[in-house]
Design a protein around this ligand. Structure first.
Ligand code: GDP
Length: 463
């Protein structure tokens, strides 16, 4: 998982808070100290960290004062602190601006810029695959004539991913190639045309001039800067230098897998008010994660990303049209049983990159994902064991069958069925409860997206 170490520390600090019996200044101070230390270690700028500390303190104080004014109403102090921390962590990575979103039915030209080695060519192919999977016809244009082998690299990646591409071994003018490529694909009515540009020149000024010239020729709907996470907070300076010369509308931060400094890069970019649209999380074509501040922090703290998970399921369903029909129908009707959740879990197991996907499931703390694939795999397997121990009617239910109610109809806990399932699967009642909560969340998403517009159009809106 991205920034697993940072996530584990933040999660650990918040856990300390949950365990404390009284929430006083000492507890809040200790929490903030640990949070700040973790952020600094991830190379987040000192000023930003100190601002976060002050803002959390002010927010907590204000909430408590307001509660007191409102008649000394009892407030849950833990919730107040947790919410303030969550909101400020989101603010830390939120640039507060919306990026351009490719629109179906028109030609969207995206141009990638960035220093050589940042991962531009790899990211361009990942992007093309991302949009292709969502029903956009996408293609690639190689306008890097400076680096020998650039076209070969793009060609190789594109061929592997079955994405149409354009480039030239003989033409040396990048502006001419970019124009010809974009023109050709525009005529062929492609939805997304991605132009890869050069990342190095003899002189830096020449590189910037070339970017501007290509930009004027192809008129991109969005210019994307590709930036390597390992530079940490220096990302701010680098993106400013690019912005001064070639304005860009969005950033993709790459190599977040295994780079402890990633937190620094993400927060530094956010400080420049440019939206980060994706994170690169590995060398493979699938290693691209959409970036949205709130789900990102939610995942980091082990609170999951249900929307991301549903989106992922939809991707898998698209890759397998038979299943898509089935799943789409069920979701459209707002139906989602434990059996459906089980099927999704086994699909996930067959997809690889378990730790990444598992981090989207609520209740999977970042610390647990530190163990990587193996640990995520064993956790998912235990979830399947739980469903294996269920009877047919239980699998087909929405999970309420496992809940006991008091005389007035209020839920009071899990019933004997849940205990039987825990015993039968060699797991704990708590794990059974977690699975039930997850299945209910998925059902909730299905209901929300069902109804008039239907699930598919809801998914399209999310693109
Ligand atoms: P370019 O010069 O900017 O076009 O960079 P390339 O696309 O050639 O990438 C440079 C190196 O970084 C290659 O070895 C890529 O496989 C690697 N790379 C790109 N993105 C990622 C990423 O998100 N994670 C990791 N670990 N490696 C990446």
């Amino acid at each position: 998982m991205v920034l697993a170490d940072l996530g584990a520390r933040l999660h650990g600090a918040l856990n300390q808070l949950s365990r404390a019996s009284v929430i006083d200044d000492t507890v809040i101070h200790a929490l903030l100290k640990e949070l700040c230390a973790a952020l600094l270690e991830s190379d987040v700028n000192v000023k930003l960290v100190s601002q976060l500390r002050t803002k959390v303190k002010t927010k907590v104080r204000k909430s408590l004062e307001e509660a007191e004014k409102a008649g000394g109403k009892e407030v849950n102090k833990k919730n107040v602190v947790q919410k303030a921390v969550f909101d400020e962590l989101v603010a830390l990575v939120d640039p507060g601006t919306e990026p351009y979103k490719p629109v179906k039915g028109k030609t969207n030209v995206l141009m990638a810029v960035g220093i050589q080695g940042a991962g531009k060519t790899t990211t361009c192919t990942k992007l093309a695959v991302h949009y292709q999977r969502r029903g956009f016809r996408s293609c690639l244009v190689c306008a890097d004539t400076f680096r020998a082998g650039a076209f070969d690299q793009l060609k190789q990646n594109a061929t592997k991913a079955k994405i149409p591409f354009y480039g030239s071994y003989t033409e040396t003018d990048p502006v001419a190639i970019a124009s010809l490529g974009v023109e050709k694909f525009r005529k062929e009515r492609f939805d997304v045309i991605i132009v890869d540009t050069s990342g190095r020149h003899k002189q830096e000024s020449e590189l910037f001039e070339e970017m501007v010239a290509i930009g004027s020729a192809v008129k991109p709907d969005m210019t994307i800067m590709v930036l390597d996470a390992s530079i940490g907070q220096a990302a701010e300076g680098q993106s400013r230098a690019f912005k001064d010369s070639a304005d860009f509308g969005a950033i993709i931060v790459t190599k977040l897998d295994g780079h402890a400094k990633g937190g620094g890069a993400i927060s530094a970019v956010a400080a420049t008010k440019t939206p980060i649209i994706f994170l690169g999380t590995g060398e493979h074509l699938n290693d691209l994660e959409r970036f949205t501040p709130q789900p990102f922090i939610s995942k980091l703290l082990g609170m999951g990303d249900v929307q991301g998970l549903v989106e992922h399921m939809q991707d898998m369903a698209r890759a397998n049209p038979d299943r898509q029909k089935d799943l789409a129908k069920k979701l459209e009707q707002g139906k989602f049983s434990i059996r459906d959740w089980r099927e999704q879990l086994s699909n996930i197991m067959g997809m690889g990159s378990l730790s990444k996907i598992a981090s989207m499931i609520p209740g999977m703390p970042a610390g647990m994902m530190e163990g990587g694939e193996e640990e995520a795999g064993s956790k998912l397997k235990r979830m399947i064991f739980i469903t294996d121990a269920m009877r047919q009617d239980e699998l087909d239910s929405d999970g309420m069958i496992f809940v006991s109610f008091d005389k007035s109809g209020n839920p009071v806990g899990l019933n004997r069925r849940a205990k039987r399932v825990a015993r039968g699967s060699g797991t704990s009642v708590r794990e059974v409860e977690e699975l039930l909560v997850q299945a209910r969340m998925m059902a909730g998403m299905a209901k929300q997206a069902g109804g008039q517009n239907g699930w598919m159009s809801a998914m399209q809106k999310m693109q």
